[in-house]
Design a protein around this ligand. Sequence first.
Ligand SMILES: Nc1ncnc2c1ncn2[C@@H]1O[C@H](COP(=O)(O)OP(=O)(O)O)[C@@H](O)[C@H]1O
Ligand SMILES: [Mg+2]
Length: 174
Amino acid sequence: MTTLFLTVGLPGAGKTTRARQLAKEHSALRLTPDEWMIPLFGEPEADGKRDVLEGRLLSLAVEALRLGTNVVLDFGCWSRDERSAIRWLVKSVGASCHLVYVPVDHETQRARIAHRRSTTPNQTFPMSEADLLHWRTLFEEPDAAELDGDEIDGPPPGWTGWLEWATERWPSFT
Ligand SMILES: Nc1ncnc2c1ncn2[C@@H]1O[C@H](COP(=O)(O)OP(=O)(O)O)[C@@H](O)[C@H]1O
Ligand SMILES: [Mg+2]
C-alpha cells in the first residue's frame, strides 16, 4: 500500500526538514509548494496563485499514489477541513494518509526562522513578529484523535462531498 505523508505546522516549525527525512526513508516524492512559488513568483502567495499551484501538486500527488509511489505533501495544512479533504482523497485511491504534525513554540519558531534566513535566504521570505502571532491564531492544531484516528469528518454544511470541496479550495485540482 502506498502512503501519503501530509505535513502540518506553522512556518519555521521544521516541516520541510522533516519532509526531506521522510522522503529519503520512504523513497517518496516530496512536494513542497514554497520550492515552486519562490522560484516562479519570488513570493509565497502571489495573488491566489498558491491555491492554483497546490491544486496541481495535489493532483500530481494522487497520480503518484495511483502509480505506487509514496508521497510527502509538504503543505503544512493549518485547517482541519483541508486535512480531512486530503485524507479523503488519499483514501479514495486506496492509499493510506499519515499526518505529520510538527509542533513549535513561539520562541523556537523565531529562532528557526532566523536560522533559515541566515543560512538559506533564497528559500524563504520575510516574516514579522506580528505575522507569527497572527498565524498562530489561525492555525487549527490537530488533536490526538485526528492524528491517530481513521475517522474522517464529513464536509462542512452545504457541501455534497470532499471532492467538490477540494475542487473549490484548490481551483486547478482535477
Ligand atoms: N528539529 C530541528 N532542530 C533545529 N533546527 C531545525 C529543526 N528542524 C528544522 N530546523 C531548522 O529550522 C529552520 C526552519 O525549518 P524548515 O524545515 O524550513 O521549516 P518549515 O518548513 O516548517 O517552515 C531551518 O533553518 C532548519 O534547518
Ligand atoms: Mg517549509
